[in-house]
Each structure stands twice: as structure tokens, then as C-alpha cells.
Design a binder for this molecule. Structure first.
Ligand SMILES: [Zn+2]
Length: 116
């Protein structure tokens, strides 16, 4: 099996985690930042989910939508994905995939809260 760069996803020499030093440095810097900010990701999602839950409970579409939008924006700002996704796509693509998911979620929120 060929190895893949954990940052950019390019194929690397067998057994190597990164294609170059720059990728390794960027990956390490980013994961270190991620570890520091992951609590904000959790808080943002929790707040969004709580607002969405109350919106659903009270049948308030705007609150439901706003809650979903908050979760979407949290993911756009802090696009955390699973280690499995990073292993499969490389950090760079996983980050883009995470952001796309956040944008989709925010759009769903706009639809659920304001367009129905
Ligand atoms: Zn690379």
C-alpha cells in the first residue's frame, strides 16, 4: 500500500507520513491550533443544537433555523473532521470538506428558519 501525505494527501514514499517538511510543519502547527480551539467547536455546536432544540420544541422556525445556522458557521470557522477523514483525504482536503459541510448546514438553516 502506498503512503499518503497526511497534510496535502499526495502520495509519498512508502512509510512516510508527509511528502515534504513544509507539509509536516503546517500539519503540526494546525493540529496544535486545533487542539487549543476544539472546545470552542464543541461550545458552538452545543449552543446551536440547544437553540435548534428549543425552536423545534416551541415550533419556532426562526429559532430552529438560527440554531442550525450557528452550527454551520461554527463548522465553517473551525472545520474539524474525524481522524479517519484526515487519514483518507489528507488534512487539507478534509478541511475543505468540513467547510463545505458547514456551508450546506447553514443553507439548510436558512431554508428551515426563513424560507419555509
Ligand atoms: Zn504534502
Amino acid at each position: 500500500m502506498k503512503s499518503k501525505c497526511r497534510y496535502c494527501g499526495k502520495e509519498t514514499e512508502k512509510g512516510k507520513d508527509f511528502c515534504c517538511d513544509k507539509c509536516r510543519e503546517t500539519f503540526e502547527a494546525k493540529t496544535e491550533k486545533d487542539n487549543k480551539r476544539i472546545k470552542f467547536f464543541g461550545i458552538g455546536l452545543a449552543i446551536g443544537a440547544a437553540i435548534m432544540f428549543f425552536g423545534a420544541l416551541m415550533s419556532k422556525n426562526i429559532a430552529t433555523g438560527a440554531g442550525i445556522i450557528i452550527m454551520g458557521i461554527t463548522i465553517i470557522i473551525l472545520p474539524y473532521t474525524t481522524p479517519e477523514t484526515i487519514g483518507m483525504l489528507g488534512y487539507k482536503k478534509a478541511e475543505i470538506a468540513g467547510r463545505l459541510l458547514g456551508v450546506l448546514l447553514a443553507l439548510v438553516g436558512v431554508w428551515a428558519g426563513f424560507l419555509r
